[in-house]
Design a protein around this ligand. Structure first.
Ligand SMILES: CC(C)(COP(=O)(O)OP(=O)(O)OC[C@H]1O[C@@H](n2cnc3c(N)ncnc32)[C@H](O)[C@@H]1OP(=O)(O)O)[C@@H](O)C(=O)NCCC(=O)NCCS
Length: 155
């Protein structure tokens, strides 16, 4: 188990375990119109992806899932429970995931984000990500499909 603590926000970041999946998928359902299922998180754990949770005041407040491919770390999921958003937690977890990616010999992080998700895009840009592409109609949406912006950060 890898623990991480930052004085600034008084949080602990540790590896996600199967026992966390109910809480994680519970948060997921409340913040996404098209959430990952509990099975998706279990698959990530069993596939050996880098899965972490952030604990604040003994509550699971945020989580991140990264998939290593060669020297790239693909950020598949970064989520903060709604009651903990805009407190700096997303930024702290993203910084931790970048450090974790470096530790695992990645030279870059790559992610996709809905082009309308301005909060996430702002977070990624302010953390050093740049847009490197666009995937047309990548995501499901309520009445059509939505484009994904592909972003990359050198580590
Ligand atoms: C996107 C998300 C991860 C941001 O996490 P957060 O903890 O709320 O973000 P932070 O408080 O760390 O803020 C980080 C930066 O983003 C900005 N930001 C956060 N929410 C914002 C919003 N709703 N609108 C505009 N900017 C926003 C903050 O101003 C901050 O910038 P600063 O450091 O210059 O002040 C969070 O809103 C979330 O989980 N959303 C739902 C799931 C999601 O969309 N995940 C990303 C999928 S790609």
């Amino acid at each position: 188990m890898s623990n991480y603590r930052t004085d600034k926000t008084d949080v602990i970041i540790r590896e996600m375990h199967q026992e966390d999946v109910d809480a994680v998928s519970g948060i997921e359902k409340t913040i996404y119109a098209f959430p990952w299922t509990a099975g998706n998180f279990t698959d990530c754990l069993t596939s050996g992806y880098r899965c972490h949770v952030l604990i604040r005041n003994d509550m699971l407040a945020a989580y991140g899932v990264q998939m290593p491919i060669m020297d790239e770390m693909h950020l598949l999921n970064l989520s903060v429970a709604s009651e903990f958003q805009k407190l700096g937690i997303g930024k702290v977890l993203l910084n931790f995931l970048a450090t974790d990616a470096v530790r695992h010999k990645a030279s870059k992080m790559i992610l996709e984000v809905r082009r309308t998700n301005l909060a996430a895009i702002f977070l990624y840009e302010s953390s050093g990500f740049n847009q490197i592409g666009l995937r047309k109609n990548y995501y499901p949406a309520s009445d059509c499909r939505e484009d994904a912006i592909v972003m990359e950060m050198s580590l």
